[in-house]
Design a protein around this ligand. Sequence first.
Ligand SMILES: [Zn+2]
Length: 72
Amino acid sequence: MNIYCDNYAACNAMLVDRTAEQARVKGWHIWSGQVMGGDVRTVVLCPRCVDQGRRGLPAAPLVLEGQLELDL
Ligand SMILES: [Zn+2]
């Protein structure tokens, strides 16, 4: 079974003749579930598309304002 990323038009990511488990081992994220309307949907994202969402998050600051030290 060929697996295509949901953003295939932008990233051109696909796997030829692989199962969902083999794709997950390679870092693909595949979810199946029921949406609010009752339909069952499957979302398939390649590793590059998954990482794009994470890169958009700002890096956590080392020390937060008002942060207190723990006294152990
Ligand atoms: Zn992709």
